[in-house]
Design a protein around this ligand. Structure first.
Ligand SMILES: *[C@@H]1O[C@H](CO)[C@@H](O)[C@H](O)[C@H]1NC(C)=O
Ligand SMILES: *[C@@H]1O[C@H](CO)[C@@H](O)[C@H](O)[C@H]1NC(C)=O
Ligand SMILES: *[C@@H]1O[C@H](CO)[C@@H](O)[C@H](O)[C@H]1NC(C)=O
Ligand SMILES: *[C@@H]1O[C@H](CO)[C@@H](O)[C@H](O)[C@H]1NC(C)=O
Ligand SMILES: *[C@@H]1O[C@H](CO)[C@@H](O)[C@H](O)[C@H]1NC(C)=O
Length: 254
């Protein structure tokens, strides 16, 4: 939400700068020192007086929300933006789903519901994806480039469930809103949960729980339901579901 508002914020800021320039002022509003009293004003009060709004604080605590462990974690782990000279690399391909013994069970299917399945019938309806890495180390967002579903092209964990060792909770792999690295999931999930091994091209999930903890994450494949999900404990899932799932790995393949 805050991120979506940023372009608007900068547009307002630019507008303020322009109006400031057009007016005969006591120094431009953006450059002159604000008085102590002015600095204490809320943004609404500032705008009323024609003063620039406060600088945006990404990850700041919203009014009425207690500072959660998650928001503290998000601020602590916020890394500076990589400099323009940092080489970023983009990987593309289909996602091959492999069992522990490296046997392929098929490719991630371009399922139009947005909840991802495996194309076990090799029907040629594979999903194509792209992931761009930077020196930040990630995790990064995975984006579909030929999606059959309506809505966000990002692919990640589709709920805000808490995963843990010993927990039967799972998070389906689905299309999700775009999020940033280490951010706790939105009600509809999180996208920036993937890293890619540049040598093996394995895509690995790293789920951040609502409380900001990063859990050791396994991809589960329920071959009976044809469902791909994230879990912190595949054995716990299996004990509830008659061993209909196995741990699998994702690999990018051309
Ligand atoms: C790989 O493991 C699966 C069960 O997880 C089994 O059905 C399959 O036969 C195994 N493939 C090989 C080549 O061992
Ligand atoms: C794979 O995706 C195609 C296209 O969206 C769909 O028609 C088909 O039912 C899907 N198959 C599976 C196994 O989900
Ligand atoms: C988690 O998601 C559910 C809906 O799926 C929502 O009702 C709840 O408010 C979300 N919790 C948080 C903390 O975002
Ligand atoms: C977050 O939740 C997980 C799972 O319930 C728990 O294991 C962990 O200790 C919690 N971490 C914090 C910082 O509260
Ligand atoms: C597991 O199998 C038992 C016995 O076949 C059956 O009664 C039960 O409904 C199954 N549970 C699930 C979650 O499929």
């Amino acid at each position: 939400m805050l991120l979506r508002c940023l372009p608007l914020f900068f547009a307002v800021l630019a507008l303020l700068a322009l109006t400031a320039e057009a007016r005969p002022t006591r120094g431009t509003l953006l450059s002159r020192q604000l008085t102590v009293e002015e600095r204490g004003l809320t943004n609404a009060e500032r705008l009323k007086r024609g003063l620039p709004p406060r600088a945006p604080a990404i990850g700041r605590i919203l009014p009425g929300r207690a500072p959660s462990a998650a928001s503290k974690y998000a601020r602590r782990s916020a890394s500076p933006s990589p400099s323009p000279s940092v080489i970023t690399k983009t990987f593309t391909g289909r996602i091959q789903v492999r069992q522990a013994n490296k046997t392929s069970v098929g490719f991630v299917n371009n399922t139009d519901t947005g909840f991802l399945t495996v194309d076990v019938e090799k029907a040629g309806t594979d999903l194509r994806v792209k992931i761009a890495t930077t020196a930040s180390g990630g995790p990064f967002s995975l984006i579909a480039t030929n999606q059959a579903w309506v809505g966000s092209p990002f692919v990640g964990g589709g709920t805000n469930d808490t995963l843990a060792a010993g927990s039967v909770a799972v998070v389906p792999i689905a299309n999700v809103p775009q999020t940033s690295a280490h951010a706790p999931p939105t009600a509809n999930g999180a996208s920036a949960i993937w890293t890619v091994d540049a040598k093996t091209l394995q895509l690995k999930p790293h789920w951040t729980n609502l409380n900001g903890s990063v859990v050791k994450t396994t991809i589960g494949y329920d071959f009976q339901a044809n469902l791909l999900f994230l879990t912190g404990d595949i054995a716990a899932y299996n004990s509830l579901n008659n061993n209909t799932a196995e741990a699998v790995k994702f690999f990018l393949v051309k």
